[in-house]
Design a protein around this ligand. Structure first.
Ligand code: PLP
Length: 456
């Protein structure tokens, strides 16, 4: 058997990878011809690949490494916990200290009466939990037919059968028989690309009122819940008009619909407070969490649930759970991550210093001839690439071609920035310094210049 280590030449690692490793969201043919980028180390905000190239990771991995790479404390917490109790389950009236401590800490951090946590191994699993939980909630209350969940087109809530169905990405629905029954999608509040001549304020109200229309069409006695991210992440960092969320909240309240805020990206400091719901003044009944919960140092997710829903669910035996629900090592790592975020003032710093600094620099990108808008909240931002900002025009050719060119120039210039269609997006580690923010924006500008030159 070949000993596979960091010391093998890149080409050999890539060939083995292409031969044996099936990747998520990757074109297999391209993997064969171009090979995967092999990341070998990371520290702070910087990734290093197998050829020794460094990249400023403006995506915090997959929107998750909030405390930055290379911290010893989570590793030590994991090792301590694995020595003491590497695994025990939380099924059948059993518990352990890391799960108790993490649930209690999340109840402290979460707004309102979100005091109860159902653990999962990921955001997808947590959203699957939510589907079953809200349907069980209404069934327990004698309304089993109240089982439709309304979500939004272009939303991303995970890629399992349930969470992928909640998501509104049609290219995902085309594979594997999604969506499951009784999931309904309304339009997203994406003013830049879909707002036409309507003002952002009116557009926000219009899109929110699609929820009310859907409830009326489907029947309030059939609709269990509405799920949305406070700010859509994978959809392209879509910051909704200010009118959107207050109207959604009113509609959910008036029609007795449970509100699920998917905080998988927005949670744990990303928007400048512990949760996007706090930043945008949303009062959800359930929040989905993952990613920044452990800063990606361990796989863990969960649903944080309000008193009323938890009480009803606790009246029955909820026949649901994962072997790794409340995994002791993952809980210990998450607790350590929350301690770091809190004690080092990282969340406050995003609100008061580094967030505003990044926002000011990011907004400056609208001066570039390729950029139409540069929305950003806390440390999640995007830029819309356009041939004409005044008319919010799209490029000729396939949507996403220009974004892809820009992403490649970013890589060539030591910056990891993702593209969603022709939008470039960032979500850097929250510990990014001012000097690193300067570098991020300079490299983004260079990549835009090179993209612009290539289009001429
Ligand atoms: N919800 C949102 C908003 C996400 O962005 C993601 C992942 O990107 C998920 C859920 C799914 O989380 P996971 O990949 O941990 O299953």
């Amino acid at each position: 058997m070949t000993l596979i280590t960091n010391h093998l030449p890149t080409a050999e690692l890539q060939a083995l990878d292409a031969a044996h490793h099936l990747h998520p969201f990757t074109n297999g043919a391209e993997l064969e011809t171009k090979g995967a980028r092999v990341i070998t180390r990371a520290k702070g905000v910087t990734l290093t690949d197998s050829d020794g190239n460094n990249y400023l990771d403006a995506m915090a991995g997959l929107w998750c490494v909030n405390i930055g790479y290379g911290r010893d404390e989570p590793a030590e917490a994991a090792a301590r916990q694995m020595r003491e109790l590497p695994f025990y389950n939380t099924f059948f009236q059993t518990t352990h200290v890391p799960a108790i401590a993490l649930a209690a800490r999340l109840a402290e951090l979460a707004p309102g009466d979100l005091n109860h946590v159902f653990f999962a191994g990921s955001g997808s699993e947590a959203n699957d939990t939510n589907i079953r939980m809200v349907r069980t909630y209404w069934a327990q209350k004698g309304q089993p037919e109240k089982n439709i969940i309304i979500s939004r087109k272009n939303a991303y809530h995970g890629s399992s059968m349930g969470s992928g169905s909640l998501g509104g990405m049609t290219f995902m629905h085309e594979q594997g028989g999604l969506p499951i029954p009784n999931i309904h999608h309304i339009d997203q509040p994406h003013w830049w690309s879909e707002g036409g001549d309507t003002s952002p304020e009116d557009f926000g109200l219009e899109r929110a009122r699609q929820l009310e229309q859907a409830i009326e069409d489907l029947g309030a006695d059939r609709v269990a819940a509405f799920i949305a991210e406070p700010i859509q992440g994978a959809g392209g960092v879509v910051v909704p008009p200010a009118t959107y969320w207050p109207e959604i909240q009113r509609i959910c309240d008036e029609h007795g619909i449970l509100l699920i805020a998917d905080e998988v990206i927005c949670g744990f400091g990303r928007t400048g407070s512990w949760f996007g719901s706090t930043t945008l003044d949303i009062r959800p009944h359930i929040m989905t969490v993952a990613k920044g919960l452990s800063s990606g140092y361990a796989p863990i997710g969960g649903s944080i649930v309000c008193d009323e829903v938890a009480e009803v669910i606790n009246n029955c035996e909820f026949a649901h759970g994962y072997t790794y629900s409340g995994h002791p090592m993952a809980c210990a790592v998450a607790l350590e991550n929350l301690r770091i975020l809190d004690e080092e003032g990282i969340v406050d710093r995003v609100a008061q210093h580094s967030g505003p600094y990044l926002q000011q620099k990011w907004h400056g990108l609208v001066e570039h001839p390729l950029v139409g808008e540069a929305p950003i909240v806390g440390m999640m931002g995007s830029i819309a690439l356009t041939p004409d900002a005044a008319t919010r025009a799209k490029f000729a050719g396939n949507e996403g071609d220009v974004g892809l060119i820009c992403r490649e120039h970013c890589f060539q210039n030591g910056l990891v920035m993702r593209h969603v269609g022709d939008r470039m997006i960032i979500s850097p580690p929250l510990v990014i310094t001012d000097a690193e923010i300067d570098t991020l924006v300079e490299r983004a500008w260079t990549a835009l210049d090179l993209t612009h030159a290539q289009l001429k």
